[in-house]
Design a binder for this molecule. Structure first.
Ligand SMILES: NC(=O)c1ccc[n+]([C@@H]2O[C@H](COP(=O)([O-])OP(=O)(O)OC[C@H]3O[C@@H](n4cnc5c(N)ncnc54)[C@H](OP(=O)(O)O)[C@@H]3O)[C@@H](O)[C@H]2O)c1
Length: 388
C-alpha cells in the first residue's frame, strides 16, 4: 500500500530532494499536500508533476498569484498561512508529514501533526532546539514516531535500532566536516563573503543551514537536537571532526564496541530511510566505494576556535527558554548576514549577547516558548543594528 505524504517546505533543498525520492518510487508514495512560502513558480511546477490535493503558500496574495498561474483551472485546494500549514499536517488520510520548513515556522504544524498522530519525518532542527522537551513529550504521549532526516540524527537513530542496549551507551559522536572555514585563521573570518560562507565542501543545502555549518552553530544545534530526540545526557554527546562526511554518527558502547552509520553524503539517503521507516527498502542512491575513498580521518574538535558549539552546550545545560533565545537570535543574525551586511564573525557574537541578556524562564510551556522566541528576535534585531 502507498504511503500518503504531506510535505511542508517542498520548494526547499530537503523538500526538492524528498520529491526526487518520491518520483523515483511512485509505487510507494502518494503526495497529498505540498507547501511553499514564496517560491510560487516552483510550487506550480510541483503541483503539475505530483498532483497534490492541497497546496499551501504564505498569504492570500501568493494564493491568488498561484491560482492565476493556472488560469483558475486547478484541481488542487490552495490554502495559505498558518491555517493552511496546520490543515495539511492533519489531513485524515495523510500517513507521514515531512517537516522540511526551515526555522520556527515549523513549530505549530508539527505540534498539530503530532496531536493528529501522524508519523513525523523531521528535517527541521530549529524547533527541536527551541522546544525539544515539549515536542518529544507530546510525541511520546501520542505514540508518534519522529524519524529524523538530519543525516547525523538518522545515523544515531540507525545505530540505536537495538534499543535494548540504550543503557550501555558510553558516548555518542556526532561528526562534523568543519564547514568551509575550519582551517581559516580567525582574523580571516572577518571578511568572508556570503558566497564563500554558502560554499559547503560536502553538502548542497539551503542558505540558513549552510551559514550555520560555516559558523559551526549547526553542530551545536545538532547536539541539542540529539539530546532531545534520543534522550541522551549532554555529557555523553561529543562532536568530532571527520572531513569526508561519510560517517554521520558513532556510538561507543561500554563493552568496547563502537557502532557507526556510514553513507554517501547525499540527503536523499536519510530522506528515503525516513519515508520508508519502519521498513528498510532497496534503492539506487549512491553507494560508498571504500576502496576509492581509501581512508577516513578524524580530529578533535577545537571548541575554542569555534565557540558556537560550546555556547549550545552551555545554553542547554542552563535549559529553560535559553535554547529558544539562542535559536531565535541565530536565525535573526544569519538573516542579517545574508541580507543586511552583518559581518560573518559577528553572527555568534550577537547570539551570545542575546543569550546573556535573557532572563531565563525554567520549565517553559509552549506559549512561553512562542513569546520568548518573539522577544528574542526583537532583541537580536536591535543588537544586529548596533553591530552593522
Ligand atoms: N538542506 C539540507 O541538506 C539539510 C540537512 C539537514 C537538516 N536540514 C534542515 O532542514 C530544514 C530545511 O532546510 P533546507 O535547507 O531545505 O531549507 P530551504 O532550502 O531554505 O527550504 C525551506 C523551505 O521552507 C519554506 N519556508 C521558509 N520559511 C517558511 C515559513 N516561515 N513558513 C513556512 N514555510 C517556510 C521555503 O519556501 P520557499 O522556497 O517558497 O521560500 C522552503 O520550501 C532546516 O531546518 C535545516 O536545518 C537541512
Amino acid at each position: 500500500m502507498k504511503k500518503n505524504l504531506s510535505i511542508l517546505g517542498s520548494t526547499g533543498s530537503i523538500g526538492i530532494q524528498t520529491l526526487q525520492v518520491v518520483q523515483n518510487e511512485p509505487e510507494k508514495f502518494e503526495v497529498l499536500a505540498l507547501s511553499a512560502w514564496k517560491n510560487i513558480e516552483l510550487l506550480k511546477e510541483q503541483i503539475v508533476k505530483f498532483k497534490p490535493k492541497f497546496a499551501v503558500v504564505k498569504d492570500d496574495k501568493s494564493a491568488k498569484e498561484l491560482i492565476n498561474k493556472f488560469d483558475h483551472k486547478i484541481n488542487c485546494h490552495i490554502l495559505y498561512g498558518e491555517y493552511g500549514l496546520n490543515k495539511i499536517s492533519t489531513l485524515a488520510n495523510v500517513d507521514s508529514v515531512v517537516v522540511a520548513i526551515t526555522g520556527m515556522g515549523a513549530l505549530k504544524p508539527t505540534m498539530e501533526a503530532i496531536n493528529a498522530k501522524k508519523q513525523i519525518c523531521l528535517a527541521n532542527k530549529e524547533i527541536i532546539v527551541s522546544a525539544g522537551e515539549i515536542i518529544t513529550k507530546k510525541a511520546q504521549e501520542n505514540g508518534v514516531n519522529i524519524i529524523p532526516i538530519d543525516s547525523e540524527h538518522s545515523g544515531i537513530f540507525q545505530c540505536l535500532e537495538h534499543r535494548w542496549h540504550y543503557d550501555n551507551i558510553e558516548k555518542v559522536f556526532i561528526t562534523a566536516s568543519g564547514g568551509p572555514f575550519y582551517h581559516l585563521k580567525e582574523s580571516a573570518l572577518e571578511n568572508v563573503s556570503i558566497e564563500e560562507a554558502l560554499n559547503h565542501p560536502n553538502w548542497k543545502m539551503g542558505k540558513k543551514v549552510s551559514i550555520d555549518s560555516a559558523t559551526l552553530m549547526n553542530k551545536g544545534l545538532e547536539v541539542i537536537e540529539a539530546h532531545w530526540l534520543f534522550n541522551i545526557p549532554l555529557h555523553k554527546i561529543e562532536v568530532i571532526i571527520h572531513p569526508q562526511s561519510f560517517i554521520h554518527a558513532l556510538i561507543q558502547y561500554d563493552d568496547g564496541s563502537m557502532v557507526a552509520q556510514l553513507s554517501y553524503h547525499d540527503m536523499r539517503i536519510p530522506i528515503h530511510f525516513a519515508l520508508c521507516y519502519p521498513q528498510r527498502v532497496k534503492n539506487s542512491l549512491p553507494r560508498i566505494n571504500l576502496e576509492k575513498i581509501g581512508q577516513l580521518t578524524f580530529k578533535k574538535f577545537d571548541s575554542k576556535r569555534f565557540p558556537s558549539v560550546e555556547l549550545c552546550y552551555e545554553t542547554l545545560r542552563q535549559g529553560g527558554t535559553l535554547p529558544t533565545v539562542l535559536n531565535a537570535a541565530n536565525e535573526v543574525a544569519v538573516n542579517a548576514f545574508l541580507n543586511k551586511g552583518l559581518k560573518f564573525n559577528n553572527i555568534i557574537k550577537i547570539v551570545s549577547l542575546a543569550v546573556e541578556q535573557h532572563q531565563n524562564i525554567l520549565n517553559p510551556n509552549i506559549n512561553d516558548i512562542i513569546e520568548q522566541d518573539r522577544e528574542a528576535r526583537k532583541l537580536a534585531e536591535k543588537i544586529c543594528k548596533e553591530n552593522i
